[in-house]
Design a protein around this ligand. Structure first.
Ligand SMILES: [Fe+2]
Ligand SMILES: [Fe+2]
Length: 232
């Protein structure tokens, strides 16, 4: 069955994420992407990151009351968003979207569903990403919120790598969605001995601006809370 033959089937839609996250080819390529980024010194981008972004992407939309189909597409896009890193780091969002157009033909997406997943993968990088729809918005928010010490592969403060310092300083990160206040808040606990708030903003400012515009697309404000102090 391909995307053009597929008749919309709600029962199958619910299984899309399960099919994707258990697919051997996809798992292998996400693992390879993580290995390749490890070679060039990047933080963890493997199954752990993919799973967290998938879960948070889905929960953002479900908490805000979006239909199950949109929640499922956000989960799928969240899981797949960094797969293009197995080929190259630069423009990995657009590379990933291009290869997924072919890879995902094996799965029962409608053409429109496939297009939304690819748009979210292709627009998640802060250098040029644009928020086209709720799938894009959810994946950006979930992806940029995954800052945590567990993403640092082997922390060595002597390296003075600001990305490692900032990630390692974050001992807790949560994404809180309040549907009544229409507010999305990134809650962080940061160890000030390892990195300062200035370090955080130095490398995360463009990501936080992207989160702000993504939250606005969903009709929400975006806030950050660091060690209990809210920055809005
Ligand atoms: Fe990425
Ligand atoms: Fe990512």
């Amino acid at each position: 069955m391909n995307t053009t033959e597929h008749e919309r089937n709600p029962a199958l839609e619910h299984r899309l994420f399960e099919l994707i996250r258990n697919d051997e080819e996809i798992i292998e390529l996400i693992k390879l992407a993580n290995e390749h980024l490890g070679v060039i010194g990047f933080t963890e981008h493997g199954i752990r990151h993919a799973s967290i972004v998938a879960r948070w992407s889905g929960s953002i939309l479900s908490t805000l009351g979006y239909p199950d189909e949109e929640v499922e597409l956000a989960r799928v896009a969240g899981f797949l968003h960094d797969i293009g890193n197995f080929i190259c780091r630069t423009d990995h969002g657009q590379t990933g979207a291009s290869i997924l157009y072919v890879m995902l033909k094996r799965f029962p997406f409608t053409t429109r569903q496939l297009g939304k997943v690819l748009s979210a993968v292709g627009n998640h990088e802060e250098q040029y990403g644009q928020c086209f729809n709720e799938t894009c918005a959810a994946v950006v928010l979930a992806d940029k919120a995954d800052v945590h010490r567990s993403r640092v592969r082997a922390y060595d403060p002597a390296n003075h790598d600001i990305h490692d310092d900032v990630n390692y300083a974050v001992t807790r990160s949560d994404l809180i969605v309040d549907p009544d206040l229409r507010e999305i808040r990134l809650d962080l606990d940061i160890d000030g001995e390892t990195a300062s708030m200035m370090d955080f903003f130095e490398i995360f400012m463009s990501r936080m601006v992207m989160c702000k515009s993504s939250a606005a697309y969903l009709g929400c404000t975006f806030k950050i809370s660091c060690n209990g102090t809210v920055v809005s």
